[in-house]
Ligand binder design. Sequence first.
Ligand SMILES: [Fe+2]
Ligand SMILES: [Fe+2]
Length: 306
Amino acid sequence: MSSAPTPAPSQPLASMDEWEDFLKTRYPEPAPAPAAASRRPPPVGVAADKRAEEFRQYEADARPTVREFYRLNHTHQTYAFGQAKRKEYLGLNRMKMSVWEAMEYLNQLIDDSDPDTDLSQLQHLLQTAEAMRRDGQPRWMILTGLVHDLGKILCLWGEPQWAVVGDTFATGCAFSPKNVFPEFFAANPDSAEPRFQTPDGIYTPGCGLDRVALSWGHDEYIYQVCKDYLPEEGLYMLRYHSFYPWHREGAYDQFATAKDRAMKAWVLKFNTYDLYTKSHEAPDVAKLRPYYEELIREYFPDQVRW
Ligand SMILES: [Fe+2]
Ligand SMILES: [Fe+2]
């Protein structure tokens, strides 16, 4: 493993799936869930010591590409970087297109991955939504599943992998050791910013997660695109689905309100579908399209601002 060649500097992952595959090893599905009804959020904070030990092992076993990806992400995602990207993208003045068009647009993203074993972005969105549909989840949640990764279109606009995917974390305060590969934060310029060195940093406890600037990526972007159209539970799923340090590890919870904590149950419910429903069986896009076009029309205008 240690003799692996040095990965490419800015885009180490052959495919963004590599990051998600790593998450699956870090957070194995809690129990076999053959029946849909048995899907439930995994326990948080159970046997923390044992799990901490296991996580170190997952880090040790991580592919060099994944490790390099986290190194870049933790080095370059500063508070100022996130603010600059919010300014750059959240005016939503880049494109106007329908949700289905955005799905097709994202699908142009060809990761350098094995076409026989990896799903396209469109297929992952449809598989996530279809698993929810099979379980009889509400229509707004199925739609949330359908759109949840559309923020990855940031990659098509020249953003590096480390600025689009990766577990998100709070900036503007001390980096939590509950983040994966916490040692890589030493190279982050925010580690030398005096205001950011306490657990609360520039925030006050209980201020609400919406006041906390998370590291920038596809979650915040798709949340902002959808915030006028989906119910609040769905918006929490979009905005925090990669916030593993919070929803799986309990980090940064001092900023959460009672409402944030209540909404976490929805984020965890979403996570079971996002992470564990990938299968090699490709969904029939043409056959599914009419159902999803109708569902999209129920909540979204024909043209959405991106
Ligand atoms: Fe995602
Ligand atoms: Fe996803």
